[in-house]
Design a protein around this ligand. Structure first.
Ligand code: AMP
Ligand code: MG
Length: 274
């Protein structure tokens, strides 16, 4: 199963987000998906090590989705086992007053990964054409011109050595509600409860429309969007881990060669000097 092909949005094509697509799990059953996840997480770990040692390039993974779509769970399952020194997670919530005193990409650019690192965005600059649009936080003409800025920004990251992969975690309205309700009944999940999530859900059609526009307009050759069926958590983890692992392996980061003066050191100590 070629996840990259199955879920990548072709540049210029029009995305339609249908609830019925969210619980699909093409190409794998649960047992196989979990087994492959374990393999792919290892592949990510290994490639990340090489990326760090190489120290010249980086990978940015953008996660977007409605509330309870599974952004946090994805980070835990896909990147949890990777060396924490090599992964930087950045979460973007409501902008602070200092952030609002700057352009919307200012806070984002500061948190792109250093060379050698994997950066994971839990929400991102896309909020500035999603919630900002739906709630009318800026005039229409302001958010409408942002798609172009975003494409140029991501193009620049790509050109300067940061590969960009973007995942939309697609949960159905029904599954989203089920998960939000768990936050009011399950003590382990209650800390995530936010009454606003329910009011946001009631405007779901507006968010879907905003997402369809963002995914359609900003899936590019250099920074593709993927729509991942995310009603089944195991499938979501499996699909994302596979795409990330394949991408890292394709980048094929290389360990630097042995030091040229290493031989001399070996000789010196081989003679019993210390
Ligand atoms: P959470 O991901 O549960 O921590 O919630 C963060 C909240 O901040 C979400 O409701 C986001 O939509 C919101 N948020 C993120 N970025 C922005 C932004 N640029 N403007 C307004 N709200 C935002
Ligand atoms: Mg929340």
């Amino acid at each position: 199963m070629d996840f990259d092909n199955a879920f990548r949005i072709d540049p210029g094509s029009r995305v339609r987000l249908k609830d019925g697509d969210a619980d699909r799990s093409p190409g794998a059953d649960r047992a196989e998906g979990e087994r492959r996840l374990a393999e792919d997480v290892e592949r990510i770990r290994d490639a990340q090590h090489r990326l760090f040692a190489e120290g010249t390039r980086s990978l940015l993974v953008v996660l977007q989705g409605m509330d309870a779509a599974g952004k946090d769970g994805t980070i835990r399952h896909v990147f949890g086992p990777t060396n924490p020194q090599g992964v930087r997670v950045a979460a973007f919530g409501k902008p602070t007053s200092n952030e609002l005193a700057h352009d919307y990409l200012w806070r984002v650019h500061q948190r792109v990964p250093d060379r050698g690192h994997i950066g994971v965005f839990n929400r991102s600059h896309y909020e500035d054409v999603l919630i900002v649009r739906v709630l009318g936080l800026v005039p229409d003409e302001v958010w409408k011109r942002r798609y172009e800025h975003i494409n140029a920004f991501e193009r620049m990251l790509h050109d300067e050595g940061t590969a960009v992969l973007k995942f939309f975690l697609h949960v159905s309205a029904e599954e989203q509600l089920r998960r939000l309700l768990k936050r009011v009944t399950n003590p382990a999940k209650a800390w995530k409860y936010n009454a606003e999530d329910f009011t946001k859900r009631s405007r779901r059609p507006d968010y879907i429309e905003a997402y369809e526009d963002a995914l359609s307009r900003c899936s590019t050759e250099h920074a593709p969007w993927y729509v991942i069926p995310a009603d089944k958590k195991w499938y979501r983890n499996h699909a994302i881990a596979r795409i990330v692992a394949d991408r890292l392996e394709h980048m094929d980061p290389e360990l630097p060669p042995l030091p040229e003066d290493g031989h001399a050191w070996r000789e010196k100590f081989a003679n019993g000097d210390d």
